[in-house]
Design a protein around this ligand. Structure first.
Ligand code: DGI
Ligand code: FE
Ligand code: FE
Length: 195
């Protein structure tokens, strides 16, 4: 259904070997999570292939392109965040794939969004736990991802926020809303389970 080999080659041409290796890891992690959580594996793989295709574009290029295509409000304030929304546009423009679910998972893979779909969560988490990732919390988040997608995601977001705070980086306000929403859902779920 998809020309996966063609997509893989085009993505490889856009990325350094290191980041291409990351992308290969995300594809495998996304496929595994799709299997566990019952979504279409092929679409998850393709979204993973494309998620960082614009990751090595210069800030100037990202900003220039973002002025010509549809980008969610506020993303321009932190130019690094633009690589997701721009990759979502390239899914359609380069690869001819018109699929809102895949496009949104790519668009929001760095920030998350309120009311994330299973596809959104899987691409976000696959990005965070692929085998090449190495940070203190990764082992725990990998383990959680096997049994509890929402909890793994909430822990991953807290970890990203801690990382940004420690480095005094600007934090995208949407990410905080997403993080609050996730923990609220987890609390509600736990309250219900103990009733
Ligand atoms: O593209 P990747 O490196 O695989 O991972 P990513 O898309 O999750 O994140 C890209 C970068 O963006 C990473 O260095 C962390 C950073 N980032 C994520 N959220 C925020 C952020 N940077 C700032 N300043 N603010 C954020 O809210
Ligand atoms: Fe990314
Ligand atoms: Fe990535």
């Amino acid at each position: 259904m998809f020309d996966e080999e063609g997509i893989r080659k085009r993505v490889q041409a856009e990325l350094s070997p290191k980041r291409f290796g990351h992308t290969v890891g995300v594809v495998h992690a996304a496929e595994r999570l799709a299997e566990i959580y019952g979504i279409d594996k092929e679409r998850a793989r393709i979204a993973a292939w494309v998620h960082d295709v614009a990751r090595e574009w210069s800030t100037d290029t990202l900003v220039a392109v973002s002025e010509k295509v549809e980008v969610p409000a506020g993303f321009g304030g932190i130019p690094k965040l633009l690589h997701g929304p721009i990759a979502a546009v390239l899914l359609r423009d380069w690869f001819g794939i018109e699929d809102d679910e895949m496009a949104n998972a790519i668009r929001f893979h760095t920030t998350g969004r309120v009311q994330m779909t299973t596809m959104d969560k899987i691409i976000y988490l696959a990005d965070a736990i692929e085998p090449g990732r190495d940070y203190d919390a990764v082992g725990r988040i990998r383990e959680l991802a096997n049994s509890d997608l929402d909890l793994a995601l909430a822990e991953s977001m807290d970890d990203t926020l801690r990382y940004l705070i420690e480095r005094h980086k600007p934090i995208f306000p949407l990410t905080i809303m997403v993080r609050n929403d996730l923990w609220e859902r987890i609390s509600a779920r736990e309250r219900e389970a103990t009733l």
